[in-house]
Design a binder for this molecule. Structure first.
Ligand SMILES: NC(=O)c1ccc[n+]([C@@H]2O[C@H](COP(=O)([O-])OP(=O)(O)OC[C@H]3O[C@@H](n4cnc5c(N)ncnc54)[C@H](OP(=O)(O)O)[C@@H]3O)[C@@H](O)[C@H]2O)c1
Length: 326
């Protein structure tokens, strides 16, 4: 399976349900494909139906190619159990509709992989009045987790929430006063706000991890490395384009498959059952930045986040996510 840390092939049945946001490309595509190739049902929660349907066709083609290599223990099914569900993380209404539709289906939920993300974009405000990176990368996933935690708590042992974070969190510090950018659009420090959104995810991992500790649900976050995916599409001019070319040519940038290995391992490997509240790089537990580890700051972020998302959660959902720390 290529160099570097890897993952085992874990046979799963179709009643194992794995939900991945942004699974139509890049890292999410690989996590979804490999989980489905091991037998699970994978729900691709994405904003573009046509792109996702294309991805499903390609995943099935790649499944046939992998099977012909006779990699042992891949699913014996003829096609993969892959399903598109519409989700636009730039809209709390879309997140709410998505979660309602999922709950209505009566299905269990064993893995919720919050993978979708954006980077390197100019200032944009969502219809909900929130800076785009904050809402898409962090707040909407937070709302999804709050809405689907009840389903996961009823889905049997070893249910996992995984957050695709980034080493970019190290470039920033926590500043809650400027969490929702309100300065001049032209001065928007896009990379800083990307790093912030990823810092919030690691801090959420610790804060929610404390609250759900000892239950059937765990939460962990991951840095995949520098990975050659569409997320770099903003780097298409000048010095950034040169840097990107260098990263691609020198081998600094991993392929999507290489970058997804740790995430696939955390999704499927039974040895990670019960592991909770941690940050992972290359299949190893790693210490994040000092702000990310600061318990007081984690709790301040937790309270601020709850205030921001309160209008989009029911009282029951608020209570469930804000469990008293034991
Ligand atoms: N690549 C890296 O070097 C790197 C490093 C560290 C962390 N990460 C993280 O890895 C995750 C996956 O990124 P990637 O590198 O695989 O890039 P990617 O190929 O661009 O994948 C991003 C995914 O997020 C989806 N997405 C974006 N905005 C969305 C929205 N409003 N609603 C729903 N889905 C949305 C995209 O959908 P569309 O296809 O429709 O745009 C796409 O499926 C991100 O969270 C990123 O921050 C990546």
């Amino acid at each position: 399976m290529g160099s570097g840390p890897s993952f085992p092939i874990v046979p799963m049945t179709r009643d194992k349900i794995i939900l991945i946001t942004g699974a139509n490309s890049g890292l999410g595509y690989e996590i979804g494909k490999w989980s489905a190739m091991m037998g699970a049902t994978v729900i691709l929660a994405c904003r573009s139906e046509s792109k996702t349907k294309e991805a499903i066709v390609k995943m099935n083609q790649e499944f046939q190619a992998e099977k012909s290599k006779e990699i042992s223990r891949l699913s014996e099914n003829t096609t993969l159990a892959l399903e598109f569900m519409h989700l636009d993380l730039a809209s709390f209404e879309s997140v709410t509709n998505f979660c309602e539709a999922f709950k209505k289906s009566g299905r269990k939920l064993h893995v919720l992989f919050c993978n979708a993300g954006m980077a390197f974009i100019p200032y944009q405000k969502t219809a909900d009045g929130i800076e785009m990176l904050l809402q898409v990368n962090y707040l909407s996933h937070f709302v999804m987790i709050a809405k689907l935690l009840g389903v996961m708590q009823q889905s049997g042992p070893d249910c996992r929430i995984l957050l695709m974070s980034s080493g970019a969190h190290k470039a920033v510090t926590l500043d809650l006063k400027t969490m929702n950018y309100s300065g001049p659009p032209d001065d928007f420090p896009s990379f800083n706000y990307y790093g912030r959104s990823k810092l919030y995810q690691i801090m959420q991992t610790a804060a929610l991890g404390r609250r759900i500790s000892g239950s059937n649900v765990t939460i962990n976050s991951i840095h995949p490395g520098i990975v050659d995916t569409a997320i770099w599409r903003g780097w298409d001019t000048g010095i950034k384009k040169c840097l990107l070319c260098c990263m691609q040519c020198s081998g600094v940038a991993k392929s999507a498959f290489q970058g997804a290995k740790c995430s696939i391992d955390l999704t499927v490997n039974p040895k990670h059952a019960g592991v909770n509240g941690l940050y992972w790089v290359d299949c190893k537990i790693v210490t994040p930045s000092s702000d990310a580890r600061n318990k007081q700051k984690q709790e301040e972020l937790w309270e601020t986040t709850l205030e921001l998302v309160r209008p989009y959660l029911t009282e029951e959902e608020m209570k469930r996510i804000n469990i008293e720390i034991k």
